[in-house]
Design a protein around this ligand. Structure first.
Ligand code: PLP
Length: 455
């Protein structure tokens, strides 16, 4: 049965509809109804309800890695649903798609990360990792080892625990389970490293980590959680060696290292996983979601070491954790087809070239007076705007400079994501060189327009 979707008119998009939108100014939506309805998508492009074709500069939401409308993934989902629409992975039940995907992830993940717990979002993957590690230490007779070290600038999701692990700006005025989480300093050299060399800044960060552990007591800390490159906190690439040294500190204090690779895995940085191949660390747990299915189905994976699994699968104790849709057949099939496509088309390998070109193209925008820093790696980019390059002073918050640029870019055919005074780009990984150049041109024209307006 074909589902009859309404043709989205301005009226449907206006204030009186029923959809509560994430991270939106709900009052502004009510007043202005200024929404963008995306009605179809193909390859690197999406089409809005007015028929405008736009380059999807944010890959859905850091997730449509292989591009939109890939027949292979759509067919795999349909075939799976026709064979087995749903069965759970609770109790003794399993099914071929989840089992095959877990095995494949065990092969792709570094080191002895071989055991996989599926969820349906990045937030759930991060919550699951903490619950699993608390359970792990309890089984080792150390129930007090339950706290989490996170970082200012981090984004780990929106469930109660994930938002508590996220940088506090994301929960301003909202309650959260923050008695379990301690935030370390943000590893952003350009903004926070004044007067220090990058090496000194890194030493300072490591000293902050060590001192925090000493103060809290390693005997109370279960894990350190970190994105290899912070994403929604503004695309922050840590100083060279940061993750290796943080990993060494974790090992020295018997604190588990959880890498939140919800964004950085599945090709975005040129590898299936970034922890080992880009940053030289093998965490105890890698969490991933988004690019795992390229967004075609909701799915996350908490990939843990054999050692952790050995402890939680010992005698006496049921694994009291589960989501109905953990390892959903259609989502698992989507992930298997997505990974097969990435392997066939060597997408991570190609990103090592095209992603570098993207990086270079955007970096060139730093010659514009109001562009303070262009940062990121491969297909993760952040552009930070300043009112004064020398002092790095920001424009007034109310000016919403990122939004101003994003609106201009969208009018020229590019979707980018504003985040206060930062603009984020995380496109599909299949952009052509011409499309990369076009993105560079649109951004330049849009930023210059806004500069003329605000100067
Ligand atoms: N971790 C990171 C690094 C993310 O960027 C996100 C979402 O953007 C999450 C976790 C949360 O994932 P989800 O929105 O699927 O819960």
């Amino acid at each position: 049965m074909a589902i009859d979707l309404p043709v989205l008119t301005r009226d449907i998009l206006k204030s009186d509809d029923h959809l509560v939108q994430s991270f939106a100014d709900l009052n502004a939506l009510k007043q202005q109804g200024a929404r963008t309805a995306i009605v179809s998508a193909k390859g690197t492009m999406v089409t809005d309800s007015d028929g405008n074709e736009l380059i999807d500069g944010i890959g859905g939401l850091w997730c449509v890695n292989v591009g939109h409308g890939r027949r292979e993934i759509i067919d795999a989902i349909r075939d799976q649903l026709e064979t087995l629409d749903f069965y759970s992975t609770f109790y003794t039940f399993t099914h071929p798609a989840a089992a095959a995907l877990a095995q494949k992830l065990g092969q792709l993940a570094p080191g002895n990360l071989n055991k996989v717990y599926f969820g349906n979002s990045g937030s759930v993957a991060n919550d699951s990792a903490v619950r699993i590690l608390q359970h792990y230490y309890r089984r080792l007779g150390r129930p007090e080892k339950r706290l989490v070290l996170s970082r200012n600038g981090a984004y780990h999701g929106s469930t109660f625990l994930a938002i508590a692990m996220t940088t506090p700006e994301y929960s301003k005025g909202w309650d959260k389970a923050d008695n379990m989480v301690h935030h370390l300093k943000k590893p952003h050299y350009w903004r926070e490293g004044d007067g220090m060399s990058e090496a000194e800044f890194l030493d300072m960060l490591m000293e902050d980590m060590r001192a925090s552990i000493e103060r809290i007591g390693a005997e109370n800390i279960a894990c350190f959680i970190a994105e290899p490159i912070m994403g929604a906190g503004g695309v922050i690439v840590p100083p060279e060696g940061y993750h290796r040294r943080a990993g060494d500190i974790c090992r020295a204090y018997d604190i588990k290292f959880v890498a939140d690779e919800v964004v950085t895995a599945f090709g975005r940085l040129g590898h299936f996983f970034a922890s080992q191949d880009v940053f030289g660390t093998t965490p105890d747990i890698i969490n991933t979601a988004k690019g795992l299915t390229s967004g075609y189905q909701p799915l996350s994976a908490t990939i843990m070491s054999d050692e952790i699994h050995e402890v939680i699968s010992g005698p006496d104790g049921v694994f009291l954790h589960g989501m109905t849709y953990s390892g959903h057949p259609a989502a698992s099939a989507a992930a298997l087809a997505n990974i097969a496509l990435m392997e066939q088309e060597q997408i991570p390998e190609r990103v090592r070239t095209t992603g570098k070109l993207f990086e270079k193209t955007l970096k060139a925008l730093e010659d514009i007076e109001i562009v303070g820093e262009v940062r990121g790696s491969h297909f993760m980019a952040g552009i930070e705007f300043v009112s004064d390059k020398q002092s790095k002073a920001l424009f007034p918050e109310a000016m919403n400079i990122g939004m101003k640029v994003a609106r201009r870019a969208q009018a020229r055919g590019l979707i980018a994501r504003p985040l206060g005074h930062i603009l984020i780009l995380s496109p599909t990984l299949i952009l052509s060189e011409a499309e990369i150049a076009r993105i560079g041109d649109i951004l330049r024209e849009s930023i210059l327009d806004v500069m003329a307006e605000v100067r």
